[in-house]
Design a protein around this ligand. Sequence first.
Ligand SMILES: Nc1ncnc2c1ncn2[C@@H]1O[C@H](COP(=O)(O)OP(=O)(O)O)[C@@H](O)[C@H]1O
Ligand SMILES: CCCC(=O)OP(=O)(O)O
Length: 365
Amino acid sequence: MRDTRPTGAVYPEGVRVFVINPGSTSTKLALFTVDASGAHPLERAELSHPQGQSAREDLAAREPLVRDLAAQWRPFDAIAARGGLVGPVRPGVYAVDDALTQVCLEAPHGYHPANLGAPLAQRLAAQYRVPAYVVDPPTVDEMAAVSRITGVPGIERRSRVHALNLRYVARRVAAARGLDWNEAVLAGAHLGGGSSAALFVRGRMIDATDALLGEGPFSANRAGTLPIHGVLRVVEKRGLEGARDVLARGSGFKGLVGTEDLREVEARLEDPKVRLVVEAYALSIAKTLAALAAHARPHAFFLTGGAARFSYAVERVRAHLNWMAPVEIVPGEFEMEALAHGAWRGYNGIEPVRHYGDEDGKARV
Ligand SMILES: Nc1ncnc2c1ncn2[C@@H]1O[C@H](COP(=O)(O)OP(=O)(O)O)[C@@H](O)[C@H]1O
Ligand SMILES: CCCC(=O)OP(=O)(O)O
């Protein structure tokens, strides 16, 4: 049995990493072999499903699939999982420990299916006696102080984005455009079940949206930025919990045209009502990215995520923005590769492994 404890040595052969990525409309699983040349997929699986009402419900729905595939794809040396809403943290590789698992399950910072990553990983790590890691949770927060201020004392903007994929793709776009990551200015959006956007200035995500009951473009199933009077009306009509539910899971395309599957929306573009909603979606994305560019003129914009495969919509976004800067389209998401690579870095001691709650993990607020 190979000594699976992380050491300073870099293993010559690939490290086999089992990857767990619970999203709002899908659970993605994969097995990678990772070495200095990158993360190479050996197995992939994806299950689409609507988001449940709670962590417990989602865990019960998703754990059997995860256990079955882990049993089929073993052996593996490490596990990587997408992190959940864990409050403001620095980017990086985190050990899946009791503190991280507990905050994901108890969800004091809010619940999203990504919260299931750490609990699922911890259970498998115990069963297979391998280390488990979370990489770049959605609450990575490097916002500049000026970006946090709102017009209401005590209410601050917060960063809750697809940090894992946005950071990974931003680096890829910088490299593809011959930009030094530590000099690049890039504004990007991840278009998934949720829509999120962020601005990267010299390697730091200095401004970002909140993809869950926050702000930014509307999405497959979420409201995005709303006028305050509208929020008040929804709360008056549905009560606080009802409002949370409809704004976080029953809005966006799901509320406007009855489906959160943008492939179905794409197939209905001939319907003028649907097309108008798609135009509004594209404009909301463009306006969000253009606002982020107020900090600094970007070398480029980029669009990524599953819905970046929606070619009509992303071309409409490009039309709104390409007078400001080039718009790169990077369809799909690279969360699985980014998770596997992050686990490899932690496993081999190439990157320090942070621990949730320790000083080195807390965001610089
Ligand atoms: N080829 C496609 N064309 C249009 N939309 C797509 C396509 N593939 C996926 N999508 C949409 O992307 C969204 C899911 O984004 P993704 O980032 O893959 O998942 P999640 O947000 O659940 O993590 C869904 O609304 C889905 O309909
Ligand atoms: C909270 C940001 C992460 C997010 O919205 O993920 P999904 O698009 O998978 O719901």
